[in-house]
Design a protein around this ligand. Sequence first.
Ligand code: ADP
Ligand code: MG
Length: 634
Amino acid sequence: MTTATHEETLGFQTEVKQLLHLMIHSLYSNREIFLRELISNAADACDKLRYEALDNDAIFEGDSELRIEIEHDQDAGTITLRDNGIGMSRDEVIENLGTIARSGTSEFLKQLSGEQQKDANLIGQFGVGFYSGFIVADDITVRTRKAGTDASDGVEWRSRGEGEFSVADIELERHGTEIVLHLKEDAREFADDFRLQSLVRKYSDHIDVPVRMPKVEKARDEEGNEIEGSETTTWETVNEATALWVRPKSEINDEEYKAFYKHVAHDFSDPLAWSHNKVEGKLEYTSLLFVPGRAPFDLYERDGARGVKLYVQRVFIMDDAEQFLPLYLRFVKGVLDTRDLSLNVSRELLQQDPQVDKIKSALTKRSLDMLKKLAKDNDAYQTFWNTFGSVLKEGPAEDHANREKIAGLLRFSSTHTDSATQDQSLADYIGRMKEGQEKIYYIVADGFNATKNSPHLEIFRKKGIEVLLLHDRIDEWLMSHLTEFEGKAFVDVAKGDLDLGEVEDEEEKKAQEETAKAKEDLVKRVKEALGETVQEVKVTHRLTDSPACVVLPEHEMGYQMRRIMEAAGQPLPEVKPILELNPEHALVARLESAEGEGFEDLARILLDQAVIAEGGHLDDPAAYVKRLNTLLSA
Ligand code: ADP
Ligand code: MG
């Protein structure tokens, strides 16, 4: 027994205490995952040592056969996990097993309200990791030594998982990490050979480090009775011990893919889809990509974790290699193993390597194909869309080459369903186009109701022409990067002249021209009354129920984008809308017969109302109210 020196007791970081509390209470029915987490850490530690040893063989200390060992003692109620991986120094122990290492997680925990903390689902949003040992143990001892250091550099960490932990220096012959879990009374079932073996197979078959368990055998005498004191221990490898992506697809079942996903993505829930590909030829790589079923908490954070786990010829190189996927596919998780990069590759080198771009475009294509395949399952795709749709909408702007493909994956609300759920594809829309219709019509506004009830839709509803209702903040920006789909141009119904093409017959068009002529005088008077506040006044056939609407010139920035830019402090030139009047409306008839001040007031009211209906803001709302009240009490 070595003696411990330099012993100190330290408190856990506040967020660790929160996490422990949250975990112990919310993961009770999922307790077995502790084993997955600890094996996953041990495998990571072996990966890291293998990587370090690439240019420093001595770091193996003569023990290059990487492995994980699991033992248990039923009587004592303990489970011991041992690895001969990289190990930790004293400082690393304090940092890794006293705080939350993963950046962003502690920020996230800080923001949780008391109510949210009770939610078991939230815990799945970040890897629970090492601390999950406390779901089953009331006392954990970790003994570890960093590979390549002296035996005297060993460290012992101990905690009961309450508020604090102790660390001390100890002598440790072997490098790597040993974790002893002292099981809680009600978790003693885990100290069982059969249980442990089946859990290892369930969670760790895909890890390429062997997980071994001891098999104790006693010699037998001539009558077949066990001979006391004759025990011999042999170590048996329990898992498959081959990296999953290396195995042929045909030999891997869904459960194995799902278990592997949970390992790479630090997620609790199943992935929605995956794509496993081996490529040989000019580029040589294997990729295994997944679409998660839920969003990580840092999906919209600039420095959120994203990218694939990178291996070069089976050697783990780095986590979160973001150079292999575009930003708009940042939700994709998985592994890339390639022969085309050097083992010494660093993040900086990745940025300059032309091979990286080639692999990136290949993985981008794979990911889009994977989504296309997923789209055949409506329910699963809807889950995907509700979770990651607004990220995918960044695609057309970022990736011009794949614009058409991405557009095919987008989903919209539409007048076809009049539902706020975005579940209609462009292909659906095209399939329902009216005879003679050549364009894809859409409207953009802030919020679903603003799109659904917009006066601009009146003529479309009357004629039964479908219009896509775009109500996400990002939508106007999205549409500025999409000009057509399958050769059909996109048209914003609130911009420019309305031309319904073949859908309108010659007679209708002629009638419109005649009305325009008949109202020339009215139009002139209104323009005079409104002066410089409008660019132009016209009569329109867009409207059936509303008296007026405002339209923006075709290439002008829309109201939604203006608000975003203004909120970002961007100075914008003033836009002057075009006011369009509905010649069939009673208020317009009344306007026509009004004179003097009454005429001007009514003209202004019609303009202001049209701006409000568009979700715009009035410069002088009080003046509008006053005019309206005068009119109402007349
Ligand atoms: P994560 O694995 O997501 O980083 P964990 O809570 O599982 O989070 O582990 C925290 C850190 O503790 C790891 O990143 C690693 O640095 C260290 N660690 C845990 N287990 C081991 C081990 N067996 N060997 C070496 N380091 C370990
Ligand atoms: Mg971990």
